[in-house]
Design a protein around this ligand. Structure first.
Ligand SMILES: *Cc1c(COP(=O)(O)O)cnc(C)c1O
Length: 226
């Protein structure tokens, strides 16, 4: 199983980090303009540790419960870890998500905004919040539709008192991603938002070209998920 060898994962991570920096420079941006979020979902401490040891601290997970099983121990060892929730959140997990995650990228509907608002009032933690936009308007996919984005962002502020710092999207698998990245950027610009989480293993270069500030990369670092 060479794909889970710690040394191999470390080398892949270093190569991806370089590729992200190279893409940023190619796009006329600074290395530091683009944050690499290493997506460690389905992988455990054995695979995550080589990336931590290489100095990386920013990780993405898509399930609250899975993260609760592995991250508290890793965070105790590496207190400066920054954990991003990149998968759908359920209202009954809002409290746990606020306790564990530093960034919640998937505020995707009114009920979640409301649940987060309620739990944040009882907590000292202030995770950054991104709104997920369903740029392809795919019925099976989470996220606010592009035409409802402006109104939803306004409600987050006015109705729920939430400060939204960025947008996130996952383009349809069967379409060229760049138009979706451009749409996300447009929505962000007209709403005064500067943070764009877009681009994964297969399309991060394109996303950086269009202005991604965060790329979420899993399989290119950790290997294909089973
Ligand atoms: C799994 C996942 C990623 C990482 O995908 P890769 O193709 O493995 O890089 C990025 N974003 C989200 C929302 C994910 O669920």
């Amino acid at each position: 199983m060479s794909q889970t060898e710690p040394e191999e994962i470390k080398n892949r991570y270093l190569a991806i980090r370089q590729a992200v920096q190279r893409s940023a420079r190619d796009a006329g941006r600074r290395d530091t303009d683009v944050t690499l979020v290493a997506v460690s979902k389905t992988y455990g401490p054995v695979e995550i540790e080589p990336v931590l040891s290489a100095g990386h601290r920013i990780f993405g997970e898509n399930r609250v419960q899975e993260s609760q099983g592995k991250w508290p121990a890793l965070k105790a060892q590496f207190p400066d870890v920054e954990l991003h929730l990149i998968g759908p959140l359920q209202s009954n997990k809002a409290k746990e998500a606020i306790a564990l995650f530093d960034v919640i990228e998937t505020v995707d509907r009114a009920s979640i905004a409301e649940a987060l608002s309620k739990e944040l009032k009882k907590s000292d933690r202030r995770p950054k919040l991104f709104v997920q936009i369903n740029t392809g308007e795919e019925p099976q996919k989470a996220g606010v539709s592009p035409k409802e984005a402006d109104a939803f962002l306004k409600r987050c502020q006015d109705e729920w008192g939430l400060t939204i710092s960025g947008l996130m999207c996952i383009p349809p698998v069967d379409e060229p991603p760049s138009p979706h990245f451009a749409l996300l950027r447009q929505i962000a610009e007209r709403n005064g938002l500067k943070t764009l989480s877009m681009g994964m293993s297969g399309d991060f270069e394109a996303a950086i070209q269009v202005g991604a500030t965060h790329v979420r990369i899993g399989s290119a670092i950790f290997g294909a998920r089973s």
